[in-house]
Design a protein around this ligand. Structure first.
Ligand SMILES: C[S@@+](CC[C@H](N)C(=O)[O-])C[C@H]1O[C@@H](n2cnc3c(N)ncnc32)[C@H](O)[C@@H]1O
Length: 323
């Protein structure tokens, strides 16, 4: 039930949410009905259509697989919630809604206003959170301490490139605030910062804190001095367009040659493009390895995995890049 709840709060595609028998049996219990109705009541003001689709699937599946005379249940409350939603229509692609992510069982949840149905809006792909970003955020919740160097360095500076909704920086600030001397959250398109500033504040991160700096940084067009010195440079889903790979690698090289280690999460939509990225790193004398990867993110079956990916999501790789 808990996993089901988290999936709908993350707006996983309804078709990608299996409703198997143990879950259906739980969903007819009065306590679970109350929980699901409460969760849907949180979603309805923002996206009634999604709530309608979830309820339709729940009701249809229960009717198909369970017999009320045998199990003695009543799902009248689901119908009561469903009927007024029958006229709900899908949100337009550019209408933002709050999406909730739970990265791990123990890390704080994040609520991020974004447009998950939009691929490219207002000239940027940064108005939604991409799978590679969620994957790297999850990895960092577990593995960020690897980048702290005991007593020598118990506070580090992080630079994020192509941050978009800012979930990567937000994850670090929520989970490792005391270990961060500075977070530079950057993107080439300064329009994303309006949304990101609100997202940070809604998640209790003070954007006036000296440690947090949002700044425009356009790869390639930036002078060396504009790339801040840092210990760790992170980026997610920035390797999708061959036209930018050379500029991206140049900016990464500047940061890494100033002493940073790079972590870049790439969704392997096209093997050739990712290979081009690797070649750009090689040409600049940067060394790299695959630090962590997930071949079929939509099929992983780990009890503690709370970030959900679309069923057919391609492989995600995180490159560790160093001098
Ligand atoms: C696919 S989005 C990824 C956003 C975020 N990292 C995520 O994974 O959810 C790519 C981001 O890179 C930014 N971007 C694209 N080209 C850029 C460039 N040449 N310089 C700086 N940022 C760029 C876009 O504005 C966008 O926010």
């Amino acid at each position: 039930m808990e996993v089901f709840k988290r999936k709908i709060l993350q707006r996983v595609l309804v078709n990608d949410i299996p409703l198997s028998l143990p879950l259906l049996t739980a969903l007819v219990e009065p306590e679970s009905q109350t929980q699901l109705i409460e969760t849907l009541n949180d979603i309805i003001p923002h996206n009634p259509y999604y709530a309608r689709m979830v309820l339709k699937k729940v009701i249809d599946s229960i009717e198909q697989h369970l017999d009320p005379t045998e199990l003695d249940f009543d799902i009248g409350e689901y119908y009561n919630l469903y009927v007024p939603l029958l006229s709900a229509i899908p949100l337009s692609a550019d209408e933002p809604e709050p999406i909730q992510y739970s990265l791990t069982l123990t890390s704080p949840g994040l609520t991020v206003a974004e447009t998950p149905r939009l691929l490219n809006g207002a000239g940027t792909t940064g108005r939604r959170t991409w799978a590679a970003c969620l994957y790297l955020s999850e990895c960092l919740v577990y593995r960020f301490p690897e980048f702290l160097d005991g007593e020598q360095k118990n506070q580090i500076k992080v630079l994020e490139l192509g941050a978009g909704t800012g979930v990567l920086s937000l994850t670090l600030l929520k989970n490792f605030k005391d270990q961060l001397a500075k977070v530079y959250m950057t993107d080439g398109d300064s329009k994303v910062f309006e949304q990101t500033r609100d997202n940070f504040q809604n998640n209790g991160v003070d954007t006036n804190d000296d440690r947090v700096q949002m700044m425009e940084l356009w790869w390639g067009e930036t002078t060396e001095s504009a790339v801040p010195e840092c210990d760790l440079v992170v980026a997610a889903d920035v390797t999708y367009d061959s036209a930018f790979l050379s500029d991206l690698a140049t900016t990464l090289a500047v940061a890494i040659n100033k002493g940073a280690i790079g972590l870049v999460a790439a969704t392997v939509r096209n093997e050739a493009t990712v290979k081009e990225f690797e070649n750009e790193l090689d040409q600049r004398g940067l060394r790299w390895e695959i630090w962590q990867s997930e071949a079929h993110p939509g099929e992983r079956n780990k009890d503690d995995a709370l970030v959900f990916f679309n069923k057919n999501s391609p492989e995600i790789r995180v490159y560790r890049i160093y001098q």
